[in-house]
Design a protein around this ligand. Structure first.
Ligand code: AKG
Length: 258
């Protein structure tokens, strides 16, 4: 990607809270990631310590269940975290384009908060309400600012593409906890008429500010809608949790590594 195109995308992300990088992941690499995601869901490729959340059958966010882990082979897992353990996903996380991007947005020393699959299976997936990815719920001494979302399958509007409220990142957190934006705040912001839908083709990348209000609907296409989303952050960020040992974050880029 040309340096001036990246700079234009970063300027858009800073102003509006999101940006399109275009189709920056080559087809062959996307096909590998898509196949690997299926292999992980089906239990054909296994890494200890992955986080799995299966999807609902209702499409309702509040029907999601937690803490069950891998529940057997299924292409209807909604979320799989810690995919940096897989060499194909790790290679994409560490791609040179993201070194350039994170150097400009975060600085030279970068760690991962998370690298996860967001899947809306062919059976429909689940409605994801407006939310922000930060706040006390994340347990950090500062909120990360940069998420990189890669479409592994085509994600047209009717597959439940990402939808955003432009500029909403500039108002900070809607609640100190972060996460789902309360419905009364969504109504008060008169969000609906200002929502921008971001349909994407496989291999396209979106930048999403952690404080941007974003959401996605259910998938009515009968085809899977898989995406891989990575949250990068400054290596100086500290985990504040006290019930367990504080998290140590996986290093991605360092000023020393050239
Ligand atoms: O893929 C989606 O539906 C939503 C992704 C998302 O919320 C994120 O990347 O933070």
């Amino acid at each position: 990607m040309l340096a001036e195109d990246l700079a234009t995308a970063i300027a858009h992300y800073r102003e509006h809270g999101y940006a399109r990088l275009g189709k920056v992941c080559p087809d062959e690499q996307i096909e590998g990631l898509r196949a690997r995601a299926d292999e992980v869901m089906l239990g054909e490729v296994v890494y200890p310590g992955l986080f799995f959340q299966h999807d609902t059958t209702t499409g309702a966010y509040y029907d999601l269940t937690y803490g069950k882990g891998w529940q057997g082979p299924s292409l209807a897992y909604r979320k799989i975290e810690k995919l940096e353990k897989d060499p194909l996903f790790s290679a994409w996380v560490n791609d040179a384009i993201f070194r350039q991007l994170t150097a400009a947005v975060i600085g030279p020393d970068v760690v991962l908060y998370r690298a996860l699959l967001m899947n809306k299976g062919a059976q429909g997936g689940t409605h994801l309400p407006f939310h922000q990815d930060g706040g006390k719920f994340w347990g950090l001494d500062r909120d990360p600012q940069l998420q990189v979302w890669t479409a592994l399958d085509d994600a047209p509007e009717d597959a439940g593409c990402v939808e955003v409220l432009p500029g909403s990142h500039r108002d900070g957190l809607a609640t100190p906890m972060g996460g789902v934006v309360p419905t009364e705040k969504v109504a008060a912001a008169d969000a609906e008429p200002r929502v921008v839908k971001l349909p994407a083709k496989a291999g396209e990348v979106l930048l999403i500010h952690n404080h941007l209000w974003h959401r996605s609907g259910v998938n009515t296409t009968g085809q899977p809608r898989k995406a891989f989303t990575v949250c990068y952050m400054d290596a100086a960020t500290r985990c504040l949790r006290t019930k367990k040992a504080p998290r140590q974050f996986v290093r991605v880029f360092t000023s020393a590594s050239g």
